[in-house]
Design a protein around this ligand. Sequence first.
Ligand code: NAD
Ligand code: UD1
Length: 338
Amino acid sequence: MNILVTGGAGYIGSHTVVELMKAGIDVVVVDNLVNSSKESLKRVEAITGKAVPFVEADIRDRAAMKKIFAENKFDAVIHFAGLKAVGESVQKPLMYYENNISGSLVLFEEMAAAGCKNIIFSSSATVYGDPAFVPITEECPKGKITNPYGRTKDMLEQILTDIQTADPDWNVILLRYFNPIGAHESGTIGENPNGIPNNLMPYITQVAVGKLKELGVFGNDYDTPDGTCIRDYIHVVDLADGHVKALNRIQQNPGLAIYNLGTGTGSSVLDVIHAFEEANGVKIPFSFKPRRAGDVAVNYCDAAKAKKELGWEAKFNLTDMCRDSWRWQKNNPNGYED
Ligand code: NAD
Ligand code: UD1
């Protein structure tokens, strides 16, 4: 199999490229490096012992995309490329719609033109909004989305659904990720946020490594056992493996299929802090802060559909995730700049 991986130099993309190559699948990565570095792919090459074919290009660049499809015959596309910072998307909605929507439209058009009609798309649990019920199954109705980033995910799900309805030759798998954390066991690739992290685990690891003083815990008055928000954290290597399994599924011509990728276990913010401290023997100073706008109290999935239809389930627990996140951060205090 030969797969085009858009955004393959990024956090989830680089881990997925490792798992694809380990499974003997050929890949070509296209990335404009707007939120990543070529170094991640060098490290993927060191892990796998194989070269990673890489095209530095923007998916909005039609000529570049045409050239990629002309020069390769792909069985499927795994589409990670996109901007993903929630707060930034509120400040710069046009940038998010232009990059995520326009870029995807060019990609889908060039796929159709090349006759490559199999796509796995990175969606998000954010499409469930404040979920109608937990654990969240794929049947859960979509909820009110509070930011442009999340709306691009919702819109792209709809656009791909419409494309598949119009032309049943398309196979579309929408993967709704819960909260990916952790890093490859080698400690050589991981999440590398720009500036002060917005997300919980990179914030914790930067406190642990001494770059930030203390963690602010956003809200301790939620209707949860310890008052802090509950999320479904999933190891990025498990998530990567979910893409390998989804590729097997796409070869069975599923038409449109949607899967939650999470562990099915909810952990509170305090659970994560304590798990990190125990796994790594490092203290995380924290204080409670007001709630963060847009946060929902409880969000975790029912991952039974992915188990049944993809033969996939998460293998790593929260302790593994904390250990691997810390190994990456400790070995690379400045990410790929070290
Ligand atoms: P990331 O920023 O590390 O990776 C995205 C990659 O896409 C980057 O390497 C970036 O340079 C590239 N990119 C962005 N715009 C591009 C363009 N126009 N042309 C070419 N390349 C472009 O993010 P990630 O965490 O690896 O996320 C991957 C995908 O999964 C994204 O679509 C994201 O929205 C989605 N997702 C992520 C999470 C999460 O918590 N990390 C959760 C749900 C969904
Ligand atoms: C966030 C985004 C979501 C996106 C996902 C992956 C929001 C509202 N949601 O999910 O759309 O798909 O990231 O990029 O931004 N927390 C703290 N202190 C911190 C950081 C986080 O207490 O410094 C808490 C949050 O309140 C939340 C939990 O930790 O309860 C997880 O936060 P985060 O890692 O940002 O993920 P989500 O908010 O679930």
